[in-house]
Design a protein around this ligand. Structure first.
Ligand code: ZN
Length: 241
């Protein structure tokens, strides 16, 4: 499971290379393929070649004018306008047709939150996670998402009504619990670890693992600067902030 690639081809390729060694039978992309990074079209090509299980992120919508960039900070807005100029007509059409949510077997995928996905809420607390659990389809025990660029797991016991955040990167799912897993960001991590984040779900063992892999940050930075994108977008990659 991949999320928040953000036009960072170097990070995406490092993740795909790491996953090539694992028995992956299905890839999921949780949105924000573009925005911030210098390789939006190449990242779109990679994702469309990999899977049809893809949902929309707010930056995907901003890049095609489907979301008003007045809600974005200056760096994000500049990057959205730059990305808008780079996209091919096919890329634009593809992004326009992505759904907000997708149910894949026993798993529910959304970019930001199951509670009003089109509001792009940042799921940053157990309180917000409670709302999100309420909005999940009743028969679903596992929701995967991205958006905050910070990997993490929320758990709620069926018999209780309050969720808690679990400080673990690997977790065996229990049958009496429901989970929301933030898979982290491939192309712009913000948890202080600059390595690309991704997540593997072993459906047989019911085991979630959030993983990290180093990538060629310097090349991604050089391409951002060469494209004339805000320097801050290059700088932050080195710090994972
Ligand atoms: Zn994002």
């Amino acid at each position: 499971m991949l999320s928040d690639i953000h036009g960072n081809l170097e990070a995406l390729d490092a993740v795909l290379e790491a996953l090539a060694d694992e028995p992956i039978d299905r890839y999921l992309c949780l949105g924000d393929i573009v925005g911030y990074g210098a390789s939006p079209n190449a990242c779109l090509d990679r994702v469309t070649g990999l899977t049809t299980d893809v949902i929309a992120g707010n930056h995907d919508h901003a890049a095609i004018g489907k979301l008003d960039i007045a809600t974005f900070n200056q760096f994000a807005a500049d990057a959205a306008l730059w990305t808008r100029r780079q996209l091919t007509p096919e890329g634009r059409r593809y992004l326009a047709e992505l759904p907000y949510t997708r149910q894949i077997d026993d798993l529910y995928a959304v970019h930001a939150s199951p509670a009003k996905p089109e509001d792009w809420t940042y799921l940053t607390s157990p309180w917000l996670a409670d709302e999100a659990f309420d909005a999940m389809p009743g028969d679903i025990a596992l929701c995967v998402l991205g958006h905050t660029h910070t990997p993490g797991i929320f758990e709620i016991r069926t018999a209780q009504d309050r969720s808690r955040q679990i400080p673990a990167a690997t977790l065996g799912l229990e049958s009496e619990c429901r989970y929301i897993v933030n898979v982290g960001s491939v192309g712009q991590p913000r948890d202080g670890d600059p390595r690309a984040a991704y997540c593997v779900y072993d459906t047989g063992e019911r085991r979630i693992e959030i993983k990290r892999v180093s990538y060629d940050v310097e090349t991604a930075q050089r391409k951002i600067r060469a494209a004339g994108l805000p320097d801050m977008l290059a700088e932050r990659l080195a710090h994972g902030r």
